[in-house]
Design a protein around this ligand. Structure first.
Ligand SMILES: NC(=O)C1=CN([C@@H]2O[C@H](COP(=O)(O)OP(=O)(O)OC[C@H]3O[C@@H](n4cnc5c(N)ncnc54)[C@H](OP(=O)(O)O)[C@@H]3O)[C@@H](O)[C@H]2O)C=CC1
Ligand SMILES: O=CCCC(=O)O
Length: 298
């Protein structure tokens, strides 16, 4: 099966590599073309533009940073729309809002192509290990056609119905995750400043009812101030912003999520503040630095 792949960031590189290692023919494109070279060593072919990739492949997958990138790759010159058409499928796995996804869906289907949104839960390591959770919605026939690829990329795929449901599910999950990360960071700082061993806190948490893989994975590195990026903070902040907009649209008040994202009370604007300090490219657990700074200055 030949698959086109647009976007070779942290996630895209790992996912395209997995497809190659599992026998798929993959044609890749990335805005910074140099990032394609490593995949060529594993058998990938390079497409010069998104349009060139779509022209060559029956199914093209994209995973790009945000709504603006997702729209640009489809609508701009040399973009997906120039070559999409009958018999071709486009699968956008970026985390975006349902409005962005719907715009892409409409444009692709107007040209006769089929569209699936398929954002993923899971980060760099699950992407490398083919252990993502795929949240697909849109064209069910395209979903069925993509299952061999999804089986390589993920441990479980959900088909959630019409376009928008995948985007919304992903934003709800990441809104919860972002709020949890802030609470976790505050807990680590509180433990340390009140004279407890933060490693002991991790052990206690891991044995109780709120044990979870995120605390287990990120806790030890946060204690070491190591924020090597798996999920960049700037993307987490984007997801909090989009989830809060979804809350507004549905008249759902989310004070905890809003506090994690917005300037409400001092340190509760952790995600935005972290971006302005150019921590945005670090892992989202770098929110810990902001919580620590605030706790020392207050
Ligand atoms: N990292 C993670 O743990 C997870 C991320 N996600 C989501 O997946 C998506 C990708 O994340 P990730 O791989 O971490 O992000 P990265 O920042 O590592 O990569 C972003 C990708 O988008 C491309 N890009 C950005 N702007 C544009 C543009 N205007 N036109 C064309 N291409 C553009 C980048 O190209 P270039 O190389 O040229 O900059 C790069 O290929 C995001 O939506 C994120 O929220 C979902 C689950 C987990
Ligand atoms: O969108 C990013 C999700 C990161 C994760 O699920 O660990």
């Amino acid at each position: 099966m030949e698959v086109g792949f647009l976007g070779l960031g942290i996630m895209g590189k790992a996912m395209a590599m997995n497809l190659l290692k599992n026998g798929f023919k993959v044609t890749v494109w990335n805005r910074t073309l140099a990032k394609c070279e490593e995949l060529v060593e594993f058998g990938a072919t390079i497409g010069d533009t998104p349009a060139a990739v779509v022209k060559k492949c029956k199914i093209t997958v994209a995973i790009l940073s945000d709504p603006s990138a997702a729209l640009s790759v489809v609508f701009d010159k040399d973009g997906v729309l120039e070559q999409i058409g009958s018999g071709k499928g486009y699968i956008d796995m970026s985390t975006v809002d349902d409005d962005t996804s719907s715009k892409i869906h409409k444009a692709v289907t107007t040209k006769g192509g089929s569209f699936l949104e398929a954002p993923v839960s899971g980060s760099k390591k699950p992407a490398e290990d083919g252990q993502l959770v795929i949240l697909a919605a849109g064209d069910e026939a395209l979903y069925e056609e993509a299952i061999p690829a999804f089986d390589v990329l993920g441990k479980k795929s959900f088909f959630l119905g019409h376009v928008g449901n995948g985007a919304k599910m992903k934003l709800v999950v990441n809104m919860i995750m972002g709020s949890m990360m802030n609470a976790f960071s505050e807990g680590l700082v509180l433990a340390e400043r009140s004279g407890l061993n933060p490693h002991a806190l991790l052990d206690v948490l891991d044995l109780g009812g709120i044990a979870n893989p995120m605390f287990r994975l990120k806790g030890p590195t946060m204690i070491q101030n190591n924020y090597s990026p798996a999920f960049p903070l700037k993307h987490q902040q984007k997801d909090m912003r989009l989830a809060l907009a979804l809350g507004d649209e549905n008249a759902v008040s989310m004070p905890v999520a809003a506090a994690a994202n917005e300037v409400v009370y001092s340190y509760l604007n952790a995600f935005k503040k972290a971006r302005s300090m150019e921590l945005g490219d670090l892992d989202f657990s770098a929110v810990h630095e902001i919580v620590k700074i605030h706790k020392s200055s207050s």
